[in-house]
Write a new protein. Structure first.
Length: 128
């Protein structure tokens, strides 16, 4: 359904440090920077981009918005979360762990990136 996700940043170098750590923690590669200064991460068939806003105004996060990133295991979600906190992110919501949702049990870990964007690592737990 989605071709890509892009978030805004006020400090591309800070964002590169943060997102490089997140993607490396889950087996991805550091981001590439294009001629316009945007960061591009390709992982598991998806694209995630970070850019200064095109309109030249300050980057702000979406109120009520969350970007969910699929994880292969709870351990991968924990590594992602730990890398994010160690590289300028903020742990938010409840601590990483299993939560019951409408579609069954899920392992969730939440972060805000250095610009305030809300991210969620999600691993669907096997049915009991």
């Amino acid at each position: 359904m989605f071709s890509h996700v892009m978030v805004g940043s006020n400090d591309i170098a800070r964002s590169k440090k943060f997102y490089d750590a997140l993607f490396v923690a889950i087996g991805g590669k550091p981001g590439a920077q294009d001629a316009k200064g945007r960061l591009i991460y390709a992982h598991n068939g998806g694209l995630f981009l970070v850019s200064r806003p095109i309109d030249g105004k300050a980057a702000t996060h979406a109120n009520g918005g969350t970007i969910g990133i699929a994880m292969a295991s709870p351990e991968q979600a924990d590594a992602w979360h730990k890398a994010g906190v160690a590289n300028g992110g903020t742990s938010i919501e409840d601590p990483p762990g299993v939560r019951q949702g409408g579609a069954g049990a899920m392992y969730l870990a939440y972060l805000r990136d250095p610009d305030g964007n809300k991210l969620c690592a999600l691993h669907r737990m096997p049915a009991a």
